[in-house]
Design a protein around this ligand. Structure first.
Ligand code: ZN
Length: 279
């Protein structure tokens, strides 16, 4: 299987689904990450913080957008290597984005058509009202691009139509363990990232310039992936919302559901002490 992530900024792929990608890479699947913007203005902590110092480093305070973006790219490359991402593609578009842009839709559609992934992972389009959220724009761009690749015609576009089999959305901030609590709004697929959680920590440690390293990485994984893990019945999980319904021959029951033991669930949930194992 080929998995393609499409996110707005360099760190998004790792924070949202780095563990899942590590597991797919370990299973022999091909993993490709597409980053839409250069992300130079997003969480540029290293550069903003330098100005607050009494004796700021001029090399940092005079860094231009190319320097900042290159530094971020280097952080992502190191993180992607740790996770096992086979290829990282940057479209290097401006990250001052407030709306869908036709030329970016074309760029993303072209990459989907070239890569031909089985599944795509991207952000949940979080703000349908405040549509200018960059991550929402990134996903509406992906959805528009999917429509475009689906209607490619050799006569007109020089390439055939292409259909992606499933889209998984991340970042829906909902931790319900069932389909009733929130009237059906929920993440409906969880991936157990416990076996690879140390690699996610190490990958997040790479994003030093935006303050994602060290204690932040551990706290985020303990809390966010820990709470998704609680919903999933494992130590740490990443959560997904499927775009398309699934069709089965018979009613599906997962191996995790078969193995579930409510009496020992709390023990499984607390097996890994993240700060002790990954200080
Ligand atoms: Zn982002």
């Amino acid at each position: 299987m080929k998995v393609m992530t499409i996110y707005a900024h360099p760190a998004d792929t790792i924070t949202n689904c780095g563990g899942t990608l590590a597991r797919h890479a370990e299973a022999g699947d091909e993993v490709v990450a597409l980053i839409i913007t250069h992300g130079g203005r997003i969480h540029a902590n290293r550069y903003a913080e330098e100005w607050r110092k009494d004796d700021p480093d001029e090399a940092i305070t005079t860094a231009g957008i190319d320097d900042i973006a290159a530094h971020k790219w280097d952080e992502l490359r190191r993180a992607a290597d740790i996770i096992g991402v086979h290829r990282v593609i940057g479209l290097d578009t401006d990250d001052r984005v407030a709306s869908l842009q036709e030329h970016v839709v074309d760029l993303v559609a072209e990459q989907i058509a070239l890569e031909r992934p089985d599944v795509i992972i991207c952000d949940y389009p979080l703000n349908p009202v405040v549509a200018s959220n960059t991550h929402t724009v990134a996903t509406t761009t992906v959805l528009a691009a999917l429509g475009r690749t689906g209607t490619y015609l050799r006569n007109l576009d020089g390439r055939a139509e292409f259909h992606v089999k499933q889209v998984f959305f991340t970042s829906l901030p909902v931790f319900a363990a069932d389909g009733l609590s929130l009237f059906g709004v929920r993440n409906d697929v969880f991936v157990d990232i416990t076996p690879v959680v140390g690699r996610k920590v190490a990958a997040m440690d790479c994003f030093d310039s935006q303050g994602y390293s060290g204690l932040f990485a551990r706290k985020l994984i303990e809390s966010n992936n820990g709470e998704f893990g609680r919903a999933a019945g494992v130590n740490f999980a990443e959560a997904f919302y499927r775009m398309r319904n699934e069709t089965h021959d018979l009613l599906p029951v997962t191996a995790a559901a078969v193995a579930e033991d409510p009496l020992t669930r709390h023990l499984r949930y607390s097996e890994v002490d993240l700060r002790a194992t990954h200080p």
